[in-house]
Design a protein around this ligand. Sequence first.
Ligand SMILES: *[C@@H]1O[C@H](CO)[C@@H](O)[C@H](O)[C@H]1NC(C)=O
Length: 504
Amino acid sequence: MMASRFQYAMTLHIIIFLQIAHLVTGQFKIIPPDNPVIGVIGKGVTLPCQLEAKTTPERLTVQWIFTGKSQKIFVTTYDGKNKQNPISEDETYQGRTNFFQTEFNKGNMSLHLKNVMLSDEGKYTCNIFLENWYDEVVVDLNVAAKGDDTSIFLDGHVGQGIGLTCKSQGWFPEPEVVWLDSKGQTRKEKVITQRTKTSSGIFDVVTSMNLEPGSDKEVSCRIVNNLLNTVCESRVLISDVFFPSTSPWMTAFIAILCFSIAVIAAVGAKLKVNTTRRQKAEKNNLEEQLEAQKNTFKGAISENIKQLDRLKDDLDFWEARSHAVLIDVNPDCRVLELPVPGTPKVEDTSSEPESLSSPSTVPVLVGKEGFAAGKHYWEVEVDQQQDWVLGVVGEKERQEEEGTNVGEDFWALHRSQGELFSSKENSKIEKKSMSCSVIGVLLDLEEAQVKFYEAGQRNIIVKIPLNLGKKPAEIFYPFLPKGEEGVVTPVICPVLIPVPLETL
Ligand SMILES: *[C@@H]1O[C@H](CO)[C@@H](O)[C@H](O)[C@H]1NC(C)=O
């Protein structure tokens, strides 16, 4: 372009060329900005640069250059010739600058700077390059910060007066501090002001004064940022009662204050109590509900367990009964010595109770057939009124000892004076009522035990272990009570009823 322009210029008359050159240069002008520009720390600021022209050429280059105390930074450059990537930003300003590109056609080359920092303070030069024209303007950026609200603290009594402190943080540049009276006049009192520069370069302010009694009681602390023309101000009115010289009033005031605090505390406590009471009531209610549910549940469970136990008992009985055998007894009576309390004495007709520890002899009928293995079940009908004994007697060789004492090798259930006893444990069996008239006996040599059942109720009465270890070769014979008048107690031949499994 320069070449063509040069060629063009060369073909023209020198005067015409000068006239055109004059016109061209007169076409463009940068409007000088109002200096300085103030940026608030943490906020954004626009650095103005306005090109005055009838039409702004598209092919232009704008460059912003920062000149600080010791450095020069090419902040950002807009290059109109580079269509792909026209803007190049310095990394110290990364992401913090913006041109108003849509405003370029109006000649607005201003730069927006985001998140102003203390280090941004300095001179910014706006350089505009056109095809045959160049100019620049300098914009001064001043940085400022308005601190947070001021607070006045009553430090307490200092001599006859009251110490007051005013604080505020985050000012830049160093702010002006003034204490004022009710008329807005600067106070006469001596003021001590501390401005502390923080690590980030901004200032914290602490200022103190002593208010003497008798002076203007309206006190205002004002902190001024002259750059931003902003002010923070706090105002207090100190009542006479606060001065130590008026201590009776002070005492009253303190008393009232304490009372108020107590009332407030009491109200707070009351509210708290009410809340906890309500919560407690709710909790109790919940607990009751839970307890009720638990009880219902427990009831249901125990009911189920009872049923299950009942079914187990039934099943056990039916299983025992499935081993039923027919018992045939020897007609001749044998005598067993039962070393068990309450053993019935068939021979003795007197109702005088036997000494509980003394063994007694009982006549019984012993089965003809004995068992050495397996499971065998039989039922015996017993007299409801009389005492009786029945069970199993174990022997090695019965014939040898016929009619004699067979010693302790028997496992029996016997009734004495309405109560049931098991022979081996010498123990009374807790039974509410002995209503059964048929006793089932299971001789279980597989599991080495004798079980007695209430056949009518299908309940087990007692289980007695056999202790087979000592005498493994034993043969076990059933024995039955010998009825009165010598009548053989019938041995029930069980009718094998099918186990009602479907009802289980
Ligand atoms: C440039 O445009 C921006 C955005 O519209 C505006 O805030 C700014 O004042 C303009 N600058 C000048 C110098 O007109």
